[in-house]
Design a protein around this ligand. Structure first.
Ligand SMILES: Nc1nc2c(ncn2[C@@H]2O[C@H](COP(=O)(O)OP(=O)(O)OP(=O)(O)O)[C@@H](O)[C@H]2O)c(=O)[nH]1
Ligand SMILES: [Mg+2]
Length: 459
């Protein structure tokens, strides 16, 4: 379907042991034959073996000067990433070698590829659908094990299969509805409107569940926001440092050390978590500290989970109760810190202040209880999300799912109002079209272009 052959460096710019140059399109073989030499002046054989590694040199097709020592793999259509004839040239890394190899390809007749053009060809060649193409980007961009795992699931068709299953279901309903339009004189009711409604409602529910998993995907992409709060000097910053395993926040024996919120990302058991250390909450006349305290309270609102830290070595105070009162609607883990020191109150009293989901004793100073705390964080946030999918619903999928659902809701209304089945069919087709936008069958060109423009060149 394409007549031109494209080339690009597929590895990042900079010093590295190796780099890969990709070539794809009908002229691939002729191009590599012009620039690849097996030995002194010796060209590649006409009957080039596919998916076989050739060792040799890249030469400038005009001057025949050697550009680099490389290996070459040739893939014959359709058994390649793009489904076209393709070659991968592995050369030395760094700033010069890859550029030289690329320019030899261009001189020999290739055109520089656009961002994502290899994957776009894979899509148009039918090797992947749009959800799998998007997953390629997610795999590259994943920042945690879990995100990577889900992206890989999507790459192997997790979301495609799910959408196909829903679409097949819809198509069946549509077929029955259309049959009743085409054969209205038939005695037997082909699909009772009541039955049709029930089936469509089930499909709506499935679409809804899929759309809802967008929020858990978002958490996986952006990290679960967790705030550490407590009165001054209880060891909040020490706790942040212990979780990060580095001395990130300033810790001193002076109450009111942390003035501003500090946000850091860590991964716990493969999940990204955003830990926010806050200024100790207390009444203060210091104008800077005051702003810090306001910010702490604001951060509370955004946190999905709160680590409420108390200092076991000092008696509970009014400030502890005040902070506890701010946590009424929050998921809280009560952190009894400074457990290495003699206790000044009974933990029961702290439990009475808040109604925490869990409690843990720590010594941020001696790094004790940190593993338990991490386990609790995961138990209370992620396991509850019920992420059983093996794909990542992104914003684009979410928007389309909402529209598909809307079309099906219209469908139900049409059925309820007793309008003719022709109208029902229109809404069903609209919903099907929407689902096709997710997999790429009916995605408008401008959206496709936008998706691929986010890719790097060479992917
Ligand atoms: N013995 C002991 N000391 C601790 C522990 N955690 C923190 N500290 C000490 O308590 C003091 C205050 O610690 P920070 O981490 O700065 O406390 P904070 O809650 O961030 O304080 P502000 O930022 O002022 O609100 C420091 O001297 C720490 O070394 C602990 O588990 N055991
Ligand atoms: Mg602090």
């Amino acid at each position: 379907m394409y007549t031109d052959t494209i080339a690009a460096i597929a590895t990042p710019v900079g010093k590295g042991a190796l780099a890969v140059i990709r070539v794809s399109g009908p002229e691939t073989f002729n191009i590599v034959r012009k620039i690849f030499r097996v030995g002194k002046g010796k060209k590649l054989p006409e009957n080039l073996k596919e998916r076989f590694v050739y060792y040799g040199f890249i030469v400038d097709p005009e001057t025949c000067k050697v550009q680099d020592e490389v290996t070459l793999i040739f893939y014959r259509a359709p058994k390649s990433y793009t489904t076209e004839d393709m070659a991968e040239i592995i050369c030395h890394g760094g700033f010069v070698s890859p550029q030289k190899v690329l320019s030899a390809c261009i001189k020999a007749g290739a055109r520089l590829a656009e961002p994502g053009e290899f994957t776009k060809r894979a899509l148009l060649g039918g090797r992947v659908d749009l959800t799998e193409a998007e997953a390629v980007l997610d795999v590259i961009e994943a920042r945690s094990d879990r995100e990577h795992e889900l992206a890989l699931g999507q790459l192997s068709g997790g979301l495609k299969r799910k959408i196909q299953q829903i679409a097949d279901n819809l198509r069946e309903v549509l077929m029955l509805i259309e049959a009743s339009i085409d054969f209205p004189e038939e005695e037997i009711e082909i699909l009772h409107p009541q039955k049709a409604q029930e089936r469509i409602k089930l499909i709506i529910k499935e679409i809804e569940e899929l759309a809802n998993s967008f929020s858990s995907t978002k958490v996986i992409r952006e990290g679960i926001p967790i705030a550490i709060v407590g009165k001054p000097n209880v060891g909040k910053s020490s706790l942040l440092n212990a979780l990060l395993k580095e001395e990130r926040a300033i810790v001193t024996e002076l109450p009111g050390t942390t003035r501003d919120t500090i946000e850091e990302e860590i991964t716990i058991h493969g999940y990204p978590v955003r830990i926010i250390d806050t200024a100790g909450i207390r009444k203060t006349d210091d104008p800077v500290e005051k702003i810090g305290v306001e910010r702490s309270i604001k951060k509370l609102g955004k946190a999905q989970l709160v680590l409420f830290v108390v200092d076991i070595s000092r008696p509970l105070e009014e400030e502890d109760s005040y902070i506890a009162s701010l946590l009424k609607d929050k998921e809280v883990i009560l952190v009894i810190n400074k457990s290495d020191l003699p206790p000044a109150f009974d933990t029961e009293d702290a439990l009475k202040l808040v109604n925490p989901k869990a409690m843990v004793r720590t010594s941020a100073k001696l790094h004790q209880g940190i593993d338990q705390l991490q386990q609790l964080i995961i138990d209370l946030t992620l396991s509850k999300q019920g992420i059983q999918n093996d794909f990542l619903i992104n914003e684009r999928h979410f928007d389309v799912l909402v529209k598909a659902k809307q079309a099906l809701e219209n469908c139900i209304e049409t059925l309820e109002s007793g309008l003719s089945n022709e109208f029902v069919a229109i809404d069903l087709k609209e919903a099907l079209n929407r689902l096709g936008e997710i997999t790429g069958e009916t995605t408008p060109d401008d959206i496709l272009n936008m998706i691929f423009s986010r890719f790097c060149i060479g992917k």
